[in-house]
Design a protein around this ligand. Structure first.
Ligand code: MN
Length: 248
């Protein structure tokens, strides 16, 4: 895949069926300003808003508990959105959509990098999970996983290792690289594979796992491995496969 196509794919990714809430994040049309003028004004300044969870806070229990989801979504993710809006005030990237921001951020844009990444990553994270998920992928994505990682178990092993060995806070990813091939990686803090000016291996993320302690500490304390094992029981493979097909 050429760079230009990749950038388009990344943009498509955020607008795909699965990530409808990511697209919704860009509208700025929420909150108390429900008039047309209010919406237009907010859209013009591209104020990002917290997307709603696509399920109830207790829907992922017992794998992820209700209180963790309430704090993670309502406090942590909301904080990234608020700080991103603040960081964009007067910034050259103000007015761009979330995918454009994440793709063009550099290591000089600390506030936008951390909070734009935080907003993007969490918006994706909620969408790649579902209650009663966890079955294996099917179709084109299953074929790609099998050919890249030998088998689904081979993929799981590599992904779980990336998540378990990320020192401190960060994420594990399954992404489509610029060459069109799948790869597993991990990034520190709120970086992600879309940040092509920052990461070693750039790509469009299909699946992300938050391994910050705030994502699991209430239920799992220091047992990050148990949290990773639980994550595999609630992955929304159908949505991820649909998104992969859209990228193709
Ligand atoms: Mn988090």
């Amino acid at each position: 895949m050429k760079r230009r196509q990749f950038v388009q794919a990344g943009t498509l990714f955020t607008l795909g069926a699965m990530t409808s809430s990511l697209a919704a994040c860009d509208t700025g049309a929420s909150g108390t300003e429900d008039t047309t003028a209010g919406k237009a004004e907010k859209a013009a300044t591209k104020t990002f808003t917290l997307p709603e969870l696509p399920y109830a806070h207790n829907a992922l229990a017992p794998y992820i508990d209700e209180q963790t989801m309430q704090i993670h979504h309502g406090k942590h993710h909301a904080g990234y959105v608020r700080k991103l809006n603040a960081a964009l005030e007067g910034h050259a990237m103000a007015g761009k959509n979330l995918a454009e921001i994440v793709q063009s951020v550099t290591d000089k844009d600390t506030g936008v990098r951390n909070n734009g990444g935080g907003h993007f990553n969490h918006s994706l994270f909620w969408e790649v999970m579902q209650p009663g998920g966890g079955e294996v992928p099917a179709g084109k994505l299953a074929d790609a996983i099998n050919s890249t990682f030998t088998s689904f178990d081979g993929f799981k092993e590599q992904f779980a290792k990336a998540a378990a060995t990320r020192f401190g806070s960060g994420w594990a990813w399954l992404s489509v690289g610029e060459d069109g091939k799948l790869f597993v990686s991990s990034t520190p803090n709120q970086d992600n594979p879309m940040m092509k000016n920052i990461v070693e291996q750039a790509g469009a993320p299909l699946l992300g796992l938050d391994v910050w302690e705030h994502a699991y500490y209430l239920n799992y304390q220091n047992r990050r491995k148990d949290y990773i094992d639980s994550f595999f029981k609630i992955i929304n493979w159908e949505a991820i496969a649909k998104n992969y097909t859209n990228l193709g």
